[in-house]
Design a protein around this ligand. Structure first.
Ligand SMILES: Cc1cc2nc3c(=O)[nH]c(=O)nc-3n(C[C@H](O)[C@H](O)[C@H](O)COP(=O)(O)OP(=O)(O)OC[C@H]3O[C@@H](n4cnc5c(N)ncnc54)[C@H](O)[C@@H]3O)c2cc1C
Length: 460
């Protein structure tokens, strides 16, 4: 229990909430399983100054503060695991400015990611990163986790769109890192250190985002394969032949069936061993047709049983809606253990086959889907009632294989609270010590999102 008396004296009750019902809403995030941590207070700032005030007191009083956006973390990133205060940026939802000359959007961190493109439509711009949680995650959370999504195959990750960030450090002092410049080679990039730091180094309170001209034409292909390995193989073959669709996603048969059975979403064909979903977007209509023809040929040559094309926006939305609903569908089946492994894409056919092969050994179902073009697949293991180790031996086997194939344990979700025991599969002791040194420099009292990514010695 933390002593919050100084905070209670300083802040009005509508800014610092401490009533039980309100706190309950922040005790969980989207990490499946029994991860419930009731915070002692929730702070709901309207502006950067209030964030500064909170942190300057919290650092003096050594009170843990956990930044939170949409609370869609799949690895316990936004949970108050050591109590203290949840700092929810949900009220800071202003789109401040669109600078049409420099193609920069200035935005507060609490804006829900989906609303960015709604806003940009009028200006004929778009912002590509599109995590599957787009309707509930925030841009501040995306920057803090360096979020990915289907379109990151062609357009890059969140990091590639961040030009500048305003940050409040754990001591309550503020800096603006970066700016509106296209380039910046002026010493170490502290901005890039903050991006993907999972709320452990500073609180992001304002962001400059690069936007692109809106592409006028798009189509979505739905490609069924009899064999899962053929789907995986033809994806990387298509890319190695020089085709670059905007998204190249994969769903195994079980994931498709589970989504059909547990949601009101559907796709026109369901009888296949695996599916690819491919989005093409181009500035000329004939380029869409050309890419469809050529890509279709490659898929058919490498084992596709057909290639369907959706050109009408409503048809395309239906397919993408289906893809985005898989996680929700799996939550109806049982407690899911979500893994987010990334390997070099040419090694995916071997990796996916290996993972599915473990179903029998461990007597459970393993659903695989995700960003096959990036080599990043989501592996969703259904936890068995009798397991009291949250499937650790199975997870370790999967991570060992990924490491052997040159992969890492997280492609986009991050490490947070639930994955930190596996960090050593992907980072050496020396690397972890360097990261801890950085954490100490930014946050000497370990008040900001403590217990995430790694443990600090003697200080949680
Ligand atoms: C159904 C589903 C699908 C998903 N699909 C994807 C996907 O395709 N790609 C992907 O990358 N992820 C995906 N995720 C994971 C998740 O949505 C992302 O990690 C997302 O970026 C988190 O954003 P959020 O606003 O919900 O952040 P939260 O969950 O609230 O927080 C995530 C982390 O960021 C920190 N944080 C949040 N805001 C700030 C801030 N302003 N300053 C400093 N730190 C902050 C938190 O402390 C925490 O460590 C998915 C999750 C779900 C539930």
């Amino acid at each position: 229990m933390q002593d919050l008396s100084v905070l209670k004296q300083e802040f009005a009750p509508d800014l610092l909430r401490t009533d039980g019902e309100e706190l309950e809403k922040y005790a969980k995030d989207e990490t499946p399983g029994d991860y419930y941590f009731l915070p002692e207070a929730v702070f709901l700032p309207n502006n950067t100054n209030e964030v500064k005030q909170l942190l300057s007191i919290a650092s003096k009083e050594k009170i843990p503060v956990v930044p939170r956006g949409g609370g869609t973390s799949r690895c316990g990133g936004s949970l108050a695991v050591y109590g203290g205060v949840i700092l929810s940026l949900e009220k800071m939802q202003e789109i401040i400015d669109i600078d049409e000359e420099n193609l920069i959007l200035e935005i507060q961190p609490g804006v829900i990611t989906e609303n960015i493109n709604e806003f940009l439509k009028e200006y004929k711009f778009f912002y590509p990163p599109d995590p599957a949680s787009i309707d509930s995650c925030s841009i501040g959370g995306n920057v803090s986790t360096n979020a990915g999504g289907p379109r990151c195959l062609k357009y890059g990750l969140t990091r590639n769109y961040v030009y500048g960030i305003e940050v409040v450090f754990p001591d309550g002092k503020k800096e603006f890192l970066g700016g509106k410049m296209q380039k910046n080679a002026t010493g170490y990039s502290l901005m890039n250190l903050l991006i993907g730091s999972e709320g452990t180094l500073g609180v992001i309170t304002r962001i400059f985002l690069k936007v692109l001209p809106l592409f006028p034409y798009s189509a979505t292909l739905l490609v069924p394969f009899k064999e899962l390995k053929d789907a995986a193989q033809s994806a990387f073959i298509a890319l190695s032949k020089g085709f670059l669709p905007s998204a190249l996603e994969f769903m195994d048969e079980d994931s498709v069936r589970a989504t059909m059975e547990n949601t009101d979403k559907s796709i026109p064909i369901e009888d296949a061993g695996a599916f690819l979903i491919v989005e093409i977007n181009e500035y000329k209509k004939e380029d869409i047709e050309d890419m469809f023809e050529k890509l279709g040929k490659v898929f058919l040559e490498y084992g596709a049983s057909d290639v369907f094309i959706a050109e009408e926006p409503y048809q395309q939305d239906k397919i993408w809606d289906f893809r985005r609903s898989i996680s929700e569908a799996l939550d109806h089946i049982g407690t899911v253990i979500p893994e987010d492994v990334v390997v070099p894409r040419a090694n995916l056919p071997e990796f996916v086959g290996y993972v599915k092969g473990l179903e029998k050994k461990y007597g459970t179902r393993i659903y695989t889907f995700g960003h096959i073009g990036d080599g990043n697949i989501h592996i969703n293991i259904i936890e068995r009632d009798e397991w009291n180790d949250r499937g650790e031996p199975l997870i370790r086997e999967i991570l060992k294989k990924a490491t052997t194939l040159g992969g890492k344990i997280s492609g986009e979700h991050g490490i947070g609270w639930t994955k930190k025991k596996f960090l050593q599969y992907s980072r050496t002791e020396r690397e972890i010590n360097i990261m801890k040194g950085i954490k100490r420099e930014f946050d000497p009292f370990n008040i900001l999102n403590p217990g995430k990514i790694f443990d600090m010695e003697g200080n949680k």
